[in-house]
Design a protein around this ligand. Structure first.
Ligand code: FEO
Length: 399
């Protein structure tokens, strides 16, 4: 399928309704799109491709746009990860003279990934390439989220082809533009995509935003999710906020519980929050909710409470995984509450204390420990933790 985005510029992406886990990690309940774009001019250029399994569908969108003998001259690779470069080998069979446009790191990774001969052209930051009526300008934006990532701005249409940045989970079968899709769904999926894929790269993202700050951008065309033609500022603002770890008032409670004792403590904390005016509470049983969604919620809300039982002298394994992701992704600016339970080895709380001390968190007291089933005294402390977390959220700006 091809959809016009501007004069002689077309979305030629595909919708992936069969992959269950993006990067074999992140669930796709609303599927995903791989967006590519074709610019038809004296020279024909593709901006990115699609995952290799979708090559035929990709070409079915492209073929009707070009006269029979017209070739594709250039492929701009904004991001070489195979969900966007995977169709290259098949594309080269059709267009053996195709020239790949990329920066030094792109061309290095191109060789490392594919190891077949291909014509290339190296471009530098702010270099331009004329296609005839259209001119491409390249902006190097490294580490958002790979070292070679860059963006391409088409000067006539004022479209920014932004790679993964401003992207989202969710497929585009029903419409590709921001004014055609369910915004609430895509905003949630964009945040989850950000938290799962790009969140670790807040500083490089902010650098990239500065680099494109003065561009007159009419349309944002990312590699995943909607094309923003009605209100590109909306997704820019959200991404800017997320990259700065700006959050909303609310609390995510994540508990790991084998025999419902830690669950009872977590629910009691939720009660303490509710009684003290916190309305946005997300309570997750870590054994039942995929990490992907928990991270999305943590990126949304300023309060975080981690409650874990001890399992074989350590944190409960899924909680260990969450803690590892939080440390590795440099999640910041949260009020943190911790509690642990044990029967014979008091290790969960020690691990959570260590996590709390190492990270950029502000700890909310009390830290709670319970042996086996929570006593009345422990449950009173849970209410107190909920109340104290509510007070921090309501009254103390996070500086
Ligand atoms: Fe959509 Fe980083 O690949």
């Amino acid at each position: 399928m091809a959809v016009p985005v501007a004069d002689d510029i077309f979305w030629v992406g595909v919708n992936d309704l069969k992959t269950a886990l993006f990067e074999e990690l992140w669930p796709l309940p609303h599927n995903i799109s791989y967006n590519a774009y074709l610019i038809r001019d004296e020279k024909v250029a593709l901006i990115d491709t699609v995952k290799k399994d979708f090559f035929e569908e990709f070409m079915a969108g492209i073929r009707p746009l070009l006269p029979k003998d017209q070739k594709v001259d250039y492929l701009v690779i904004n991001h070489i990860e195979p969900d966007h470069s995977g169709a290259l080998e098949s594309l080269l069979r059709l267009y053996p003279d195709l020239c790949v446009i990329g920066n030094e790191k792109t061309l290095h990774l191109l060789h490392e990934f594919y190891r077949f001969p291909v014509k290339t052209r190296l471009v530098q930051d702010r270099e331009t390439l004329s296609l005839g009526q259209h001119t491409l300008e390249f902006f190097m934006t490294p580490m958002v989220h790979w070292p070679e990532t860059m963006m391409t701005y088409e000067q006539r249409s004022k479209i920014l082809f932004s790679g993964d940045v401003f992207g989202s989970f969710g497929e585009l079968s029903a419409g590709i533009f921001d004014d055609e899709v369910d915004w609430d769904l895509f905003m949630t999926e964009a945040r989850r995509y950000f938290a799962n894929v790009l969140g670790k790269y807040g500083a490089p993202l902010q650098k990239s935003f500065l680099k494109i700050e003065k561009l007159d951008i009419k349309v944002i065309a990312s590699t995943h999710g909607p094309v923003y033609r009605k209100d590109p500022a909306r997704i820019r603002d959200l991404y800017a906020r997320w990259s700065r770890h700006e959050t909303e008032e609310g609390v995510v409670i994540v508990y790991a519980s084998m025999y419902e004792n830690t669950k009872r403590m977590a629910e009691t904390i939720a009660r303490g929050l509710t009684e003290n005016g916190v309305k946005e509470i997300r309570l997750h049983n870590i054994s039942h909710t995929h990490l992907s969604f928990i991270l999305g919620d943590i990126w949304q809300f300023r309060g975080l409470i981690l409650a874990s039982c001890t399992y074989n002298t350590k944190l409960f394994p899924p909680m260990e995984q969450l803690v590892s992701f939080l440390e590795n992704d440099h999640v910041e600016k949260h009020w943190l509450g911790i509690l642990g339970s044990y029967s014979w080895a008091n290790n969960a709380i020690a691990a959570l204390r260590s996590f709390a001390q190492k990270g950029p968190w502000k700890l909310v007291e009390p830290v709670i420990e319970a042996q086996s089933a929570p006593s009345d005294e422990v449950l009173t402390k849970c209410i107190e933790l909920g109340k104290n977390m509510a007070l921090q959220l309501h009254n103390v700006p996070y500086l």
